[in-house]
Design a protein around this ligand. Structure first.
Ligand SMILES: Cc1ncc(COP(=O)(O)O)c(C=O)c1O
Length: 443
């Protein structure tokens, strides 16, 4: 799919509308804009054998060095904090700049006449990439907007109900669950997962909590934890929850693009996503997924109406936001898919395993999160053994940066204490991971 085919088709109509000198000026801008947009948003990659597995390709440093050439490289520091948001590739950035110029040139004429059609194209692209139906996906500004709307607009509480969340959930969402419990006069329950764990153990913790809390009505479930990259067995937990009539809000903010999956794999009715983390869109793009037939329990956005509960987009009122970010969505997804979701997942896991395997040999280091491949992603975390305070983590983060030139981030939120999160991106080399390994060995 080309990036803005609808807009290209509408150029003549817009020129007629504007007319005269202004029309000539506007049209020339559009020609300029769209000729650039026609440039490819696929990655420039070296040829490779068709049948190579993602796991084998993950170890091919020369292939990934070519991938890295598609990104602007920051100098001077080894940045291993890519869990915040993702770098756009050069190709995607070019589309974004072009779209920004176009919107800034055309302003309200574009926004009022044509944006709604382009918005539909972008939403359709997200739905297709997620394996969802078009009318199940709404574009938001970030996962927070998606998840907050789901929580705030959930309308099926009764007296004595309980809501559940876990220590590994996103801190702001835990706060919102606590707020929800207070405002809805329901009981909050927080479960704690072990600092190192696996799929079977995680499922056990949740099913035990279900058994102990028979009034459970709504739960937050995170696909990949922002703390240490732990993968939760979402489909199995959701199955157990559904069997007990528990509704699930799934936080996929960190998982889409870090892992290769379809929404139907997760067995959840509602989920929030980011495209500005691992899909590589400009900042300011998220998505809300609401499965067909599930809208009755999520009220429309305050003031909106949807008497038949069939319109997912009535659950969001984004208002004026970054048009160019939305217009760049198809290019970002095309670029992501041209590298391949499975290839990205495997490369990121490989980079994590490089440092985790070494760290596990060191008696003074504690690696956190997934114990096995099924429970871990490219994102990981560690701390000095027994050093779990905020101050301990601050000191460690500073040492990594000042003594070893390795940039990371500290995380607070795990019941077991604070830690340092390590998140490579696909343009990070094994050699750069080696900086971290050397640092770990010297700590
Ligand atoms: C697991 C998780 N959920 C939610 C969010 C919030 O994402 P955003 O700030 O883009 O809304 C993050 C951000 O890091 C996250 O890691």
């Amino acid at each position: 799919m080309s990036v803005v085919p609808e807009y290209l088709n509408r150029r003549r109509a817009l020129k007629t509308l504007i007319g005269g000198v202004l029309g000539t000026f506007a049209a020339s801008k559009l020609v300029h804009s769209n000729s650039k947009v026609a440039s490819s948003t696929t990655a420039k990659l070296p040829p490779r054998p068709n049948n190579i597995s993602p796991e084998l390709l993950a170890k091919d440093e020369s292939f990934w060095a070519q991938v890295a050439l598609n990104y602007d490289k920051a100098q001077r520091i080894v940045n291993l904090e890519h869990g915040y948001w993702g770098k756009m590739s050069k190709q995607v950035q070019e589309v974004f700049v072009d779209k920004t110029k176009m919107v800034n040139t055309q302003l309200s004429v574009y926004a009022r006449k044509h944006f709604s059609e382009d918005l539909k194209l972008s939403a359709g692209k997200i739905a297709q990439a997620l394996g969802a139906n078009y009318d199940e996906v709404v574009i938001t500004r970030n996962a927070t907007e998606s998840i907050h709307n789901l929580m705030r607009q959930y309308n099926d509480f009764n007296a004595n109900d309980t809501v559940l969340f876990a220590d590994i959930d996103y801190p702001s969402f835990k706060d919102t669950m606590r707020w929800l419990a207070k405002t809805q006069s329901v009981e909050p329950v927080e479960v704690t997962l072990p600092a190192q764990t696996n799929q079977a153990e995680i499922l056990k913790v949740y099913t035990k909590a279900f058994d102990e809390n028979p009034n459970l009505k709504l739960m937050l479930l995170t696909h990949v934890s922002n703390q240490h990259g732990l993968i939760l067995p979402v489909a199995d937990i959701a199955k157990a929850a559904k069997a007990r009539g528990i509704d699930v809000i799934c936080d996929c903010a960190q998982s889409w693009g870090l892992l290769d999956f379809n929404i139907t794999d997760l067995n959840v009715d509602w989920a929030g996503f980011n495209l500005h983390k691992w899909i590589g869109s400009p900042v300011g793009v998220g998505a809300l997924y609401m499965k067909k037939g599930t809208l009755g329990k999520i009220s429309p956005y305050p003031g909106e109406t949807d008497p038949t509960n069939t319109l997912a987009h009535k659950r969001v009122h984004t208002a004026t936001s970054n048009f160019a970010s939305v217009l760049t969505i198809p290019a970002a997804i095309d670029f992501h898919q041209s590298i391949g979701a499975a290839n990205k997942e495997a490369r990121l896991r490989y980079l994590r395993n490089l440092w985790v395997e070494e760290a596990r040999k060191l008696p003074n280091i504690e690696v956190l999160g997934g114990e096995d491949d099924a429970s871990s992603t490219g994102m990981g975390a560690f701390r000095m053994r027994e050093k779990v305070s905020l101050n301990d983590a601050k000191v460690l983060k500073k040492r990594l940066e000042n003594e070893f030139n390795v940039f990371t981030v500290l995380r607070v939120g795990l019941a077991s204490g604070c830690c340092i999160r390590v998140t490579p991106q696909i343009f990070i080399s094994a050699e750069e991971i080696n900086h971290l390994i050397l640092a770990l060995k010297s700590l």
